[in-house]
Design a protein around this ligand. Structure first.
Ligand code: ADP
Ligand code: MG
Length: 238
């Protein structure tokens, strides 16, 4: 069964239609990359899945539930943003546990989850530090830790690596993919970077001007691009 079903979904801002009747199914446990040029509607779609934008038309289903009218915290998702949005005055541990404390989870449970996440992310030595005393890669990991401790059904990433230098970006690609291979949490990852899409994805959804051009594995897109846009964007020889 698909974990996230997007059925004929559209979005308008005032009179401007930015997403046109999108339909796609995200299979359980897959790492799906939503790729396309800047302004094509990637963040809008991801924010609609997260519940941070209203849905103008169609239906969104997560884990068997229609979520159109559910608040973000009722959707069992966790989102990692481009700018991490860490709290500068809180330690790494407090940043990671903030949402759980808001939900009034018990202290022992929170402690276990932080141990688990910080172990996976190699953050255990840094739990008492503030974000300012961390490297860019470590801050990125704290942002991921904050998502992991919530044990969501779906991870959403919006261009999480675009603030990192090129070398770190390549390293973090591998780390995020490795994390997924360990946790197997269904992931929807937004990027405008074709290389990121081709190296990280199980499935790629190519978006252009608010429409889906093609859905397929990296190899399928490379070997059989549906049209010239996909061929040009993915960089295949067709
Ligand atoms: P991407 O993430 O692919 O770069 P976005 O989803 O951010 O694209 O934006 C898609 C389109 O929607 C763009 O034309 C953008 O200007 C427009 N848009 C995004 N957010 C808003 C908003 N809050 N109000 C009006 N237009 C918006
Ligand atoms: Mg965006």
């Amino acid at each position: 069964m698909a974990r996230v079903v997007i059925d004929n979904v559209s979005k308008q801002y005032g009179g401007l239609q930015v997403l046109h009747n999108l339909s796609v199914e995200i299979e359980d446990g897959k790492f799906v990359v939503l790729v396309g040029p800047s302004g094509c509607g990637k963040s809008t779609l991801l924010r609609m899945i997260a519940g941070l934008e209203t849905i103008s038309g169609g239906e969104m289903n997560i884990d068997g539930r229609v979520v159109n009218d559910l608040a973000p915290r009722e959707r069992d998702i966790a989102m990692v943003f481009q700018n991490y949005a860490l709290y500068p005055h809180m330690t790494v541990a407090d940043n990671m546990s903030f949402a759980l404390r808001l939900m009034r989870r018990d202290k022992e449970e929170i402690g276990k989850r932080i141990d688990h996440a910080s172990g996976i992310l190699a953050l255990t030595p840094y739990l008492a530090r503030k974000p300012a005393a961390l490297s860019g890669g470590q801050r990125q990991r704290v942002a991921m830790g904050r998502a992991i401790v919530r044990d969501p059904k779906v991870f959403l990433f919006d261009e999480p690596l675009s603030n990192l230098d090129a070398k770190l970006r390549v390293q973090m690609r591998a780390e995020i993919r490795d994390l997924h291979d360990r946790l197997k949490t269904t992931t929807i990852y937004v990027t405008h970077d074709q290389t990121e899409a081709m190296t990280m994805a199980d499935q790629i959804v190519v978006l252009n001007q608010g429409r889906i051009e093609q859905v397929g594995t990296p190899l399928e897109l490379y070997k059989s691009p549906a049209n010239l846009f996909v061929a040009g964007f993915i960089g295949s020889p067709a």
